[in-house]
Every structure is written in structure tokens, then in C-alpha cells.
Ligand binder design. Structure first.
Ligand code: UDP
Ligand code: MG
Length: 330
């Protein structure tokens, strides 16, 4: 029996000798092309781990259908009919990868002692889950899957990802380099994560702020099994903007700094004007004037845009909308 932090809830933990019950959470958005192979591989892995005695025989796979427009949900239902280890939830709408993960974690919380989240295309090596489970037995609460190399990603994806991690770091958000959303969390870590009520989710920034003992497991990232990436540039940019503005107020500070620089420049200009007046040379060029107008207006607009980003976030958070709505459950 364990008394948790400030919440005063009594949790009866499992007896020490039975292995942990694992839930593998897989978000799926239009994934008919990969689902059968993915399911085969994940089921084989679970069977293997049950045989090894490192997870409970009742361990399960939970597919989260994120409002797919193809037959993904029908496929999940078929997989469930064929194998009771397969469970699924169907979200009524496409809420995006991060919210789909939270939906999966929320539902899995009552069904497992620990949960792994992994993408449906199995670009992350599912065999690393074994090592994660063993680390969990050693007493770690959060185990991050970290990509050793990513030569199978396109050069574009690699460079944008690198720029993104650097930018995040410069802005002061704690992230684990080359870790995405492939991780194992124990029940209490999941419960803590779910107590974060924000809507603009960037899980790989949030999870490290929970605390708890964490470890890393390294793996090689492979190519997508089939189908195409569900993360077009627009979604990647959205995630990057969320990642920075949900965690850092540095952009606002930059505006202040920029404002100070501008004030400094204007003081210099004032001296220059005074000097020109003194020597009687007051005719000014039209081009420099126009240039200043455009430049200053541009800066003001950028500044407004950044402030607007935060105001927009406050607005979204104030609404306290549900992050997902579950339509069906099997
Ligand atoms: N995904 C989702 N909702 C979305 C977009 C993606 O649930 O709106 C899922 C997708 O099915 C996959 C995971 O998020 O399981 C990662 O997507 P993908 O592999 O396409 O991204 P990439 O690896 O190209 O970054
Ligand atoms: Mg992928």
C-alpha cells in the first residue's frame, strides 16, 4: 500500500511476485495499410513476453482510432474479434496524435500497471519494449525510447527535427534528444501526466516535468511499414509551435529586448536629426523613410503575432474543452 503525494489516495499495488500488466497503446489515423502487420508483430511480442514471464498474461494492445476516414476502425473490430487481447477505442473526431495518446492513456489507466505508447507504423522498434519492461522492473517509472540513428528518415525530416530540438533547447524546454512518443510509463506516472489539464499538448516536453526515476532505451528507427506519413509539414509546424509556446515565455521576453533595442536606435536617430538641424541640412531621402516604415511595421506585426499566440492559447485553455470524446469501446 502506497500513500501518494498530495492526492491522499490509497493505491493497493499488485503483489510483488506477479508480473506487471502491460498495455501497448497505438494511435491510428488512416492506418489500414499497416494495421494487420503491426498487430501480428505486437501480438507476437506480447505472447513472447508472457512466455518469458515478464508481463501478465492479461496484457493487451489498445488501438486508438483517431477519427480515421478509411476502414481503420472496422479493421480494429475484426482484430478484436479474432484476439481478445486486442482492444480499441474509436474517437468521434480527428483530435491529432498527442490527444489520441492521452485518450489511450486515460482508458488504459484502469486496465494496466504500465503502458507503452508506440506509433502504428512500427518505425520505432517494438522489440525495445522488452528492455523497457525490464527497466520498469528495476524500479524506473518512465522509460524513454531514444533513436540511435535515423538514416531511414528523409534528409528533410532529419534536418527539420534537428532544428526543432535545438530551438526547443534554446527556448528552455526540457526534451530528450531524439525521443518522440515511444515510451513506457507506470500507472502512477500516467496518473500524474493525466493530472496536467492543458489542451495544447506536447507530451515529450510534459513527461520530463513529471519527475520520477527515468531511464532510456536505445533503438534503431526504421522505415514506415507501408502507407504514408500522417505528419505533413503543417502538422509538424503546429507541433513545433505548441512545443515552444506551451512551455516557454522567452518569445515574449525577446519582444521586450527588441523594444529596448529600438528605443536605443531611436535615441541615436534623435541625435542625428539634432546634428543635421544644427548644420542646416534637413532634407531627408524618401527611400530611407519608406524603408523604415516597412521595417518597423513588419516588426510590430511579428511582435503582435507572437503575443497573439499566447493570447490564443489562454483563450483555448479557458474554454476547458474535452481533449477527446470516445465514441465506441471494445
Ligand atoms: N496519428 C494520429 N492522428 C493524427 C496523425 C497521426 O493518431 O492526426 C498517428 C499515426 O497513425 C501514427 C502516429 O500518429 O501511429 C505517428 O504518425 P506518422 O508515423 O505518420 O508520423 P511520422 O512518423 O511520419 O512523424
Ligand atoms: Mg511514422
Amino acid at each position: 500500500i502506497l500513500l501518494e503525494g498530495t492526492s491522499n489516495t490509497l493505491i493497493v499495488e499488485r503483489p510483488m511476485d506477479t508480473p506487471n500488466k502491460l498495455a501497448v497503446i497505438v494511435p491510428c489515423y488512416n492506418e489500414t495499410a499497416v494495421l494487420n502487420v503491426t498487430n501480428e508483430r505486437l501480438c507476437a511480442l506480447l505472447d513472447d513476453m508472457v512466455d518469458m514471464g515478464i508481463v501478465d498474461p492479461e496484457s493487451l494492445i489498445l488501438y486508438v482510432n483517431d477519427g480515421s476516414r478509411d476502414a481503420t476502425w472496422e479493421m480494429i473490430c475484426e482484430l478484436h474479434a479474432a484476439n481478445k487481447r486486442v482492444r480499441g477505442i474509436c474517437l468521434a473526431n480527428n483530435v491529432g496524435h498527442q490527444n489520441a495518446l492521452v485518450a489511450g492513456l486515460t482508458v488504459a489507466l484502469d486496465m494496466c500497471d504500465m503502458a507503452v505508447t508506440i506509433d502504428a507504423d512500427l518505425q520505432d522498434d517494438e522489440n525495445a519494449i522488452k528492455e523497457m519492461v525490464m527497466k520498469c522492473d528495476e524500479g524506473y517509472d518512465i522509460i524513454y525510447g531514444v533513436r540511435r540513428r535515423r538514416e531511414h528518415d528523409t534528409a528533410f525530416k532529419r534536418t527539420t527535427a534537428q532544428v526543432f530540438y535545438r530551438l526547443m533547447h534554446a527556448m528552455g524546454t526540457q526534451t530528450i534528444y531524439n525521443h518522440a512518443d515511444f515510451r513506457l510509463m507506470t500507472k502512477r506516472a500516467i496518473r500524474s501526466l493525466l493530472s496536467y489539464k492543458e489542451r495544447n499538448l506536447f507530451l515529450r516536453g510534459l513527461v520530463p516535468t513529471i519527475g520520477y526515476k527515468s531511464a532510456m532505451v536505445y533503438y534503431d528507427r526504421t522505415e514506415r511499414l507501408a502507407g504514408e506519413s500522417k505528419y505533413p509539414l503543417s502538422k509538424m509546424l503546429n507541433l513545433a509551435v505548441d512545443g515552444i509556446t506551451s512551455f516557454s515565455i522567452k518569445p515574449i521576453r525577446l519582444i521586450t529586448v527588441l523594444g529596448m533595442v529600438f528605443v536605443g536606435i531611436s535615441l541615436g536617430v534623435l541625435c542625428w536629426i539634432a546634428y543635421c538641424n544644427l548644420i542646416g541640412q534637413v532634407v531627408r531621402g524618401w527611400s530611407s523613410l519608406m524603408l523604415s516604415i516597412w521595417f518597423c511595421t513588419g516588426c510590430v506585426l511579428i511582435a503582435l503575432g507572437i503575443v497573439g499566440e499566447y493570447v490564443g492559447k489562454t483563450y483555448m485553455e479557458a474554454k476547458k474543452r474535452p481533449r477527446f470524446i470516445i465514441q465506441d469501446e471494445i
